[in-house]
Design a protein around this ligand. Structure first.
Ligand code: SAM
Ligand code: SF4
Length: 334
């Protein structure tokens, strides 16, 4: 028997998020600069290497795999990777294979994703207004994403929307987005904007809309029942009694979830981040490429998990953004 991955604070690591590309067909203002320089191809893990990485983590006890990016569905050949991962679902070792996407390519890939055993997906969508969507994503088209959501639902995928809460931007769409999701039987999760990357003029404190305020406003119209459900991550859930839908709140800047943290993040170049809010990472690409056997890789993974920190350093409580990370969300995939 292979010993499972347990970190120094006795937290079992069962959830791996994998960024399969740093590229994207959008340029969301809180995520990327307009002129991004992307990595040369040789830096990226190949699809075969991604398979070896993920399969090794699964052998060590990872049961949930979330594929992200950049935009995961713009990675060339990514369906081959999904097809390969299906064997771990079939064997029962992997309980869930899922992805977070901006939705732009779902019309093309929804059926194939369903065939590969994907059951639920997260689609990121902050606004239902054409003009605002174009503004926030810079390059995106709302109609294409809505069509992608239709395709996903038609393929039998359960869709959850993720919206970044942005002050002065989508505050006025709190109820429109809630009703849009209720009408389509979709859950909705709000994410507090995080101080990631150095994006020049955009001041993240200006965009910060605390979810405590969002929740208060929601409670003025709906009856909120707290749900005990925990994802092992920074999300908390309520049910809206009037619609039956689940609303999530992701407040990564609080520490209230670190004690149950069950996840690590792999970048598209094979760096393993043990905590979203810390700079420490382990290079897994070197041990992977050093040998055809996975022994070195396994040792490197265990060593990395052995230094997973207790918690992160984000802090908005002072009037400056402390613990600001210099890497972009598109690097670790959120
Ligand atoms: N491209 C895919 C998408 O947009 O869903 C996957 C990658 S994206 C980096 C993952 C999530 O991170 C998205 O829901 C996005 O809205 C969120 N995100 C990006 N930058 C963020 C920031 N600065 N603060 C909070 N969430 C952010
Ligand atoms: Fe692309 Fe997703 Fe970042 Fe938007 S949030 S730029 S869709 S990676």
């Amino acid at each position: 028997m292979t010993a499972p991955l347990i970190d120094p604070f006795a937290r079992p690591i069962s959830y791996l998020r994998v960024s399969v590309t740093d590229r994207c067909d959008f340029r969301c203002v809180y995520c990327m600069a307009e002129n991004m320089t992307f990595l040369p191809k040789k830096e990226l893990l190949t699809l075969e290497e991604l398979d070896r990485m993920c399969s090794t983590f699964i052998r060590l006890g990872v049961e949930k795999l979330r594929i992200t990016g950049g935009e995961p569905l713009v990675r060339k050949g990514i369906m081959t990777f999904f097809e390969q991962m299906r064997r771990h679902l079939d064997s029962g070792a992997l309980k869930e294979l899922t992805l977070t996407t901006n939705g732009s390519q779902l019309r093309k890939f929804a059926d194939q994703l369903a065939d590969c055993g994907v059951r639920r997906i997260n689609v990121s969508l902050d606004t239902l207004d054409d003009k605002k969507f174009a503004d926030v994503t810079r390059w995106g088209k709302l109609a294409q994403v809505l069509d992608g959501i239709d395709a996903a639902q038609a393929a039998g995928l359960r869709v959850k929307l993720n919206a970044v809460a942005l002050k002065g931007f989508n505050e006025d769409e709190l109820f429109t987005l809630t009703e849009f999701c209720a009408a389509r039987d979709m859950d909705l999760t709000w994410i507090e904007v995080m101080p990631m990357g150095d994006l020049g003029n955009e001041d993240r404190l200006d965009q910060y809309w605390p979810l405590s305020d969002l929740r208060k406003r929601l409670a003025e119209r709906y009856t909120l029942t707290d749900l005990a459900e925990r994802s092992g991550g920074p999300a908390r859930y309520v049910r809206l009694e009037e619609t039956g839908q689940k609303i999530g709140f992701i407040t990564p800047l609080t520490h209230n979830f670190c004690e149950s943290c069950n996840r690590v993040r792999l970048t598209c170049t094979g760096e393993l981040y043990m905590c979203l809010g810390q700079e420490d990472m382990a290079d897994l690409r070197a041990p992977l490429r050093a040998s055809d056997s996975n022994d070195l890789l396994e040792d490197a993974i265990r060593a990395a998990i052995g230094r997973k920190p207790k918690g992160h350093d984000f802090d908005y409580s002072r009037q400056k953004v402390d613990g600001q990370m210099t890497r972009h969300m598109s690097h670790t995939g959120g």
